[in-house]
Design a protein around this ligand. Sequence first.
Ligand SMILES: [Zn+2]
Length: 451
Amino acid sequence: MDIVADELIEARWVLPVQPWQVIEHGAVAVRNGRIVAIGTAAELAPRVAASRVTRLPEHALMPGLINAHAHAGMTLLRGYADDLTLMRWLQESVWPAEARWVAPDFVRDGTRLACAEMLRGGVTTFSDMYFFPDAAIAAAQRAGIRMVAGLVLLEFATAYARDAAAYLHQGLAARDRWAGASNLHFTLAPHAPYTVSDDTFTQVATYAAQLDLRVHIHVHETRDEIEQGLAQNAERPLARLRRLGLLGPELIGVHAVHLADAEIALLAEHGAALVHCPVSNLKLGSGVARFADWLAAGIPVGLGSDSVVSNNRHDLFAEMRMAALLAKGVSGDASVVPARQALHAATLGGATALGLGAETGSLEPGKAADLLAVDLGGADSRPLYDPVSQLVYVAGREQVSDVWVAGERRVTGGCLQTDDAAELIALATDWQLRIAADRPSPDNQRGRTRS
Ligand SMILES: [Zn+2]
């Protein structure tokens, strides 16, 4: 035996994602939170001295899913504002509710609920953009999920900060406070072209370069946003970001529903990444992003849930399936975005987009042991000719049985290990009663809209 491991995990199918293959009767050895070996169980079992052996005879073992765009702190508003256009949704519902409720305890409890939902559904990394990052980070650390904390910037005042300079200052102070924390990464997160000024974007570009941070931003989400950009700046938002020095490998553009051919080529040429949020884009009526064209252009692409106010799930199995089906539907070509590409976007594509491609997103020796096992043993998953097809077109998050983040077990036999379901329900219900009791009437909502 030449390999010492804390845990050897054997599974019916192992999908490393990189390199692309399906290992029948495979195994992964984990030590000190990292993958130390991967291969067939027959190869590894005689070579690995493991403190613990886990056998998953009916399961697919794969990299943990990456939710590349979320606003976890908004989870207490799940279902609060359905069936509204993006601008009405923001102006008449989301922003007034946030003005009333957003505070550290709201963000902490919402993020706690989101982390439980994501881990239980096989998400091991999420990229966040929200107020009070200290509260969100504290919740994610407690849950034991990998987090990319987006330090949000806007021009207007909220309970969190009074102006763009204060957002930047407080965000960077939070980053300093959490320096050295495990499973934690940061981005700068200017909210969107329509909420951030040229001066602030220029500062973001400077800090991103100095601190080696990526820039996570909503961009080209709706036609209105582009028309507003043309009216105010005589240029499309992406052209404006380019002029302000933000079009480069550090850019993580979210939604990007409306992109011209030349803009896709430009993003690819500059090494920028995109995040596809198919369910949120549909629910807000924003349209269908050109996911297949992005992939064909070679752009690193991840998948995101966005907030559960516009989704209403943090469910990467749902996003993966929707991304594949939509691409086929809008192109009229069933061969576009095969299951393998959708699975790649939900794992290594997302990790690469976030700048974490060397840390997570695939099962390779040296990477963090961020893993999930999906139980494909039930009759609903049979017959089973191809486990990849089954994972994308059949499986749901309820089939996730076991989850590890950096080698630590977070879900065992379908049960979350780091939080208590009854406590979470009580917490969410308490907030729901308070928020519902205070909900303004539609007339009042207009009166409370931020101008
Ligand atoms: Zn968003």
